[in-house]
Design a protein. Structure first.
Length: 314
């Protein structure tokens, strides 16, 4: 079986490639020029150089692939990055769907952001949750929703596509500290205030396992949330847990949403206003479907945070 992984040099992609390498005799990755592909090469993966925004590069990489894990994406909540988000998260998905062999199984890695936030902290979104209109103004969430919609439309046309919706990734291996930024920023004392809102956190290593299970047993044309039901945490709860695991005390002030937006505009070097706009929602979900159908399990969040800190030398 020939397997391709896009986004293989990123946080989740590295963990996935480590799991796939021992079991896939023909493993490929699509990597941007200049990306660090040493680990993938050492694991025996063939490297195809190119970007998902380049339709020709995608066509070469997907040629005669039986299974494709599409992880490539950009994470940014800044409105100034809307064009880049569209090019990678939406058009990149369009290129891949057009290039893939019609019988290939495609695991499209979306996000709980594409599921959308719930209205209150006691609620949980599942796979049938409708993306709320208010979230359309959040660039990252909107781009992931649009990319996922293309994937599901491809399934409706007969492509064998399953969609994964991972929670907010933590754990070791985030070389660029994009996903794990809140952990490191809090320990460094750069998080001075919080507001109403929270995220569904999950260990990237557990999600990598879930993607393989989804490729093997997932139902085409459906989305599956990969998160931890025990790790839907409000920001105050999350940062308290980070401080507890790190053995440090860090004081933050909880501000009403309007005040948090003002604070971000006054001190954008601490946190960008667009990041506050995205954070001030309840991105809470349930992974019951994955638990029931894939036997998906996650490790305790405290363990994940400890490993995140240990990987950075803390």
């Amino acid at each position: 079986m020939t397997t391709l992984v896009t986004g293989a040099t990123g946080f989740l992609g590295r963990h996935l490639v480590e799991l796939l390498a021992p079991q896939d005799s023909a493993l490929r990755i699509l990597a941007r020029p200049g990306a660090d592909v040493r680990a993938a090469r050492q694991l025996g993966a063939d490297v195809f150089e190119g970007d998902v925004t380049d339709a020709d590069a995608v066509r070469r990489a997907t040629f005669e692939c039986d299974r494709i894990y599409h992880l490539a994406g950009v994470v940014s909540h800044r409105r100034r990055d809307s064009g880049l988000l569209e090019a990678v998260n939406v058009d990149g998905t369009r290129h891949l769907l057009a290039a893939a062999d019609p019988v290939a199984r495609i695991v499209h890695v979306s996000s709980v952001s594409a599921v959308g936030p719930v209205a209150a902290p006691h609620e949980r979104a599942d796979e049938a949750h409708d993306f709320p209109a208010e979230a359309e103004g959040l660039p990252y969430a909107a781009s992931k929703c649009a990319g996922e919609r293309l994937a599901l439309e491809g399934a409706a046309r007969g492509l064998d596509v399953v969609v994964a919706n991972p929670g907010f990734l933590l754990g070791p291996g985030d070389v660029h500290r994009v996903s794990t930024w809140p952990v490191h920023a809090h320990i460094a004392g750069r998080i001075r205030f919080t507001t109403a809102g929270g995220l569904a956190f999950v260990d990237a290593r557990d999600v990598a396992q879930g993607l393989i299970a989804l490729a093997d047993r997932g139902r085409s044309g459906e989305r599956t949330i990969l998160a931890s039901d025990a790790a839907n945490l409000a920001w105050d709860e999350f940062f308290a847990l980070v401080a507890q695991v790190a053995g440090m005390r860090r004081r933050t002030v909880n501000l009403p949403r309007a005040a948090a937006h003002v604070a971000a505009r006054l001190a954008p070097w601490l946190v960008a206003p667009d990041d506050v706009r995205a954070a001030a929602h309840w991105w809470f979900v349930t992974s019951k479907k994955a638990q029931d159908e894939l036997a998906f399990r996650t490790r305790p969040l405290a363990e994940t945070i400890a490993d995140t800190l240990a990987a950075s030398g803390r």
